[in-house]
Design a protein around this ligand. Structure first.
Ligand code: ADP
Length: 348
């Protein structure tokens, strides 16, 4: 019996509630095969006692009946999940990711305001300045970055068990959705979000990147906090529309990130207006709400993005509008402006 053989067998043990196995999650720290006994050391970060219990049972089920294993001993070391409560915990335990110079999160208080559209176009515009850029879709409930980049490839792993990101339009691309077997939404609590994020950022073969853009899930809850507290995020871009309901949530987002000391790079007002072919601007969601909000919050406005059909078409068709020349589209121009402002605010 060899440790490799045991590890192979442990690939059948899934993390409860997820489609991935405990080996690819990196939970198995050591396997020792001696005559008459096999020992497996597992480390889990959770506050839920049912998780180690289930993994313990499943490991025994996977190993006990193998030939020549002898007595199987599963040692589980349970590490407490980080405590996310309060600003005191804010800056502890954050770590940078080797090879990545700057990490920028794109967030929104409210869903559907164009956060993923902004994240993808910002990433493309930053890449157009010559920077090496990666984008990571952290939205488990509605991962859409892969579609926006026209990719339905599934990533593979290298020999170090790191996930190799997909490449599209010159960017490296990872989506948490790639790890889900089906497309159904998953309940992810803080500890799991931490594990996912850590795995994403550490067990992905990102290589050398100037900027990694994190497309956060919408909202201002535990998951967003956990993610920005797990890694050293250099700044967050908040996306809103000019509409009051979106602004209220954008305000909450600004205050949440400020509380945990993540620098606010600025606000992007998306869907700022629609311009008809005669050049008249219609502020469909209200006029200048984002700009006024930014002023009152004392954060910069990075760009105002108009509503344009090609923005939506580009997103659905896997070719974000920022790939089009700025002269062809006001939205494309605005995204390039936003990238310029971001790269000034967060220089390499
Ligand atoms: P979120 O990530 O906030 O949920 P999305 O980026 O998925 O939002 O955008 C929601 C929808 O609105 C998508 O279909 C997208 O193509 C469209 N959309 C976003 N911004 C614009 C815009 N400026 N012009 C036209 N359509 C847009």
């Amino acid at each position: 019996m060899t440790p490799d053989f045991i590890k192979q067998a442990l690939r059948n043990v899934r993390y409860p509630g997820f489609s991935r196995d405990i080996i690819s999650f990196g939970l198995v720290k050591d396997v020792r095969c001696e005559p008459g006994s096999t020992q497996v050391d597992i480390e889990i970060q959770t506050k839920d006692p049912a998780i180690p219990e289930q993994i313990f049972k499943d490991c025994h089920a996977a190993l006990d009946d193998l030939p020549d294993v002898g007595e199987v001993k599963i040692n589980i070391d349970i590490k407490d999940a980080p405590d996310n409560s309060g600003a005191a915990a804010a800056n502890t335990g954050k770590s940078s990711v080797p090879g990545i110079k700057k990490i920028i999160a794109v967030a929104s208080g409210k869903g559907g305001v164009g956060k993923s559209t902004v994240a993808s176009n910002l990433a493309i515009s930053l890449a157009a300045t010559g920077a090496k850029v990666g984008i990571c879709d952290c939205d488990l409930y509605g991962p859409s970055i892969a579609m926006m980049f026209g990719s339905n490839e599934r990533p593979t792993a290298n020999e170090k068990e790191e996930i190799i990101p997909i490449e599209a339009h010159g960017l490296k691309l990872m989506s948490m959705g790639f790890l889900l077997e089906d497309r159904s939404p998953v309940i992810v609590r803080g500890p799991m979000a931490t594990r996912y994020t850590q795995q994403f950022l550490r067990q992905v073969e990102w290589g050398e990147l100037d900027y990694l853009i994190l497309d956060l899930p919408p909202g201002t809850g535990d998951i967003q906090l956990t993610i920005v507290q797990t890694v050293a995020v250099d700044g967050v871009v908040i996306v809103t529309t000019p509409q009051e309901v979106a602004l209220i949530d954008a305000r909450k987002a600004v205050s949440m990130f400020a509380k945990v000391n993540v620098p606010i790079v600025g606000l992007i007002e998306n869907m700022a207006w629609f311009e008809c072919e005669h050049g008249t601007r219609y502020p469909l969601f209200g006029d200048g709400g984002g700009v006024r909000e930014a002023e009152s919050l004392n954060v910069p406005v990075l760009a105002q993005i108009p509503i344009e059909v090609p923005v939506r078409e580009g997103g659905d068709g896997g070719k974000p509008i920022a790939l089009s020349p700025a002269s062809d589209s006001n939205a494309s121009r605005a995204f390039h402006q936003a990238a310029e402002a971001v790269s000034k605010a967060i220089p390499l």
